[in-house]
Design a protein around this ligand. Structure first.
Ligand SMILES: Cc1cc2nc3c(=O)[nH]c(=O)nc-3n(C[C@H](O)[C@H](O)[C@H](O)COP(=O)(O)OP(=O)(O)OC[C@H]3O[C@@H](n4cnc5c(N)ncnc54)[C@H](O)[C@@H]3O)c2cc1C
Length: 402
């Protein structure tokens, strides 16, 4: 049996950024990353909007507020240094419902506190920035530094860097058993590996992995599906940057927005509709009956208790997988948008949103639980891609502090 200083479960952006931070700290460390899939990027880290958020939304003193802005700057530098594509196209956040306007001031306050460069603009300035976009109240929040990157290009570069520095990455290798006493894990091939410290960065499966170590029993991950439609070039709709609605600040989702990729294609999405399995990307695929029952039970609880205004949120989101309902939401941002302008797309992602089963609330912030010589990343939701380098530094630092 081989023992490593550090074993990391999951080769998504969180696991790879942890490996990067650890090897930067001590180039002599032995590090093994275990990934259950044949390649990286098949889940959250390869299925997102690719936006480097600048830290607008997050409540003062939250971990997201502390690491998002710093993470965005570091990842942008990383892209520049490695000639990876990055487009600094900016973003506007626009009120779309009655009552949204007051949130512009709250967001402005939060953004300023978090060190993000933002400005409140009026309807004329908004027209200059995004001629196709209309604000219900006339005002909008402009974040000129928000950028778009290519997530797969970032992951590819990270894997390349890590391998060069002697980090081992094993694919097709799912961790199935953990033994805290002997500090070992066993994978699906029956191989046993020892660790000095273990990081659980298993994304959608991190709650399951944590339970193998007796950690996080009061939590479970709810899979929330995000589908995107692509905007037909023939629609004639031109967007210069990213366009987001003012979000419902009680829940950790940002609302249907526009995503302009590095290649210039425009998508609208993602929805926030329940999935019935952590990998239930399409139809009935990826559904396990016992998981589906647990998820449905928790969703019903959330709906009945209506914590965080979950009922209103669900009613708004329900049916957005139907094009007509989706266009109704997206059309609040871009009035010219018509059903025939949108094409179904293959782009779909699942957010692993943590639920506290005791308080029946969605956890808003990133969460790291430690037990013995193990650390568990339990809520690496958006903006976890943006924040990854700064977040990894925080997690590793926490370790040193004991
Ligand atoms: C639709 C959508 C849009 C988003 N948009 C943005 C955005 O614009 N900006 C942003 O910053 N963030 C965004 N996010 C969030 C961001 O993409 C994720 O939070 C982030 O990628 C999570 O990374 P991760 O490494 O923690 O998880 P993952 O990328 O899911 O990686 C975890 C890995 O662990 C592996 N694994 C699981 N179980 C095991 C096991 N037993 N053994 C070994 N390996 C295992 C999985 O196969 C997976 O590869 C978005 C997310 C979604 C779904």
């Amino acid at each position: 049996m081989k023992t490593y200083d550090f074993v990391i479960i999951g080769a998504g952006i969180t696991g790879l950024s942890l490996a990067r931070q650890l090897i930067r700290k001590d180039s002599q460390s032995s590090i093994l990353v275990l990934e259950k899939e044949p390649r990286f990027g098949l889940h959250g880290s390869g299925r997102n909007s690719g936006v480097l958020h600048s830290g607008v939304y997050y409540e003062e003193n939250s971990l997201k507020a502390r690491v998002c802005g710093a993470g965005a700057k570091e990842l942008a530098c990383y892209c520049d240094e490695n000639n990876l594509p990055i487009a600094r196209m900016g973003k506007v956040i626009v009120p779309v419902r009655e009552g949204d306007d007051a949130q512009i001031d709250i967001l402005h306050q939060r953004a300023t506190h978090n060190g993000a460069n933002v400005a409140i603009v009026d309807s004329q300035q908004l027209r200059e920035i995004e001629p196709e976009v209309v604000s219900l109240s006339g005002r909008a929040l402009h974040s000129p530094d928000t950028a778009v990157i290519d997530p797969l290009a970032v992951l590819t570069q990270l894997v390349h860097d890590l391998l060069k520095k002697g980090v081992e990455i094993q694919f097709d290798c799912a961790v199935t058993v953990a033994d805290l006493e002997s500090s070992t894990i066993i994978d699906n091939r029956g191989n046993r590996v020892g660790y000095g410290h273990l990081f659980n960065a298993a994304g959608q499966c991190s709650d399951h992995i944590a339970r193998l170590f007796g950690v996080g029993n009061k939590y479970m991950l709810l899979p929330i599906k995000g589908i995107y439609f692509s905007l037909d070039k023939k629609s004639g709709i031109q967007l210069n940057g990213l366009v987001y609605p003012v979000p419902d600040l009680a829940v950790p989702f940002l609302g249907v927005h526009s995503v302009k990729t590095i290649q210039g294609s425009i998508y609208l999405g993602p929805t926030a509709i329940p999935a019935f399995g952590s990998e239930n990307y399409k139809g009935m695929t990826g559904i396990k009956i016992d998981d589906a029952i647990r998820i449905t039970f928790q969703l019903i609880q959330l709906y009945l208790r209506n914590n965080q205004g979950f009922r209103k949120f669900t009613n708004e989101e329900a049916g957005r997988f139907l094009k007509r309902r989706f266009v109704k939401a997206a059309g609040l941002l871009i009035p010219k948008l018509k059903v025939e302008h949108l094409q179904p797309s293959e782009k779909v992602g699942i957010r692993a949103q943590l639920l506290n089963k005791e308080s029946h609330e969605l956890v808003m912030d990133f969460l790291v639980e430690q037990k013995g010589n193990t650390s568990h990343i339990l809520n690496a939701v958006s903006p976890a891609f943006t924040s990854s380098f700064a977040f990894a530094r925080h997690v590793v630092q926490k370790l040193t502090e004991g």
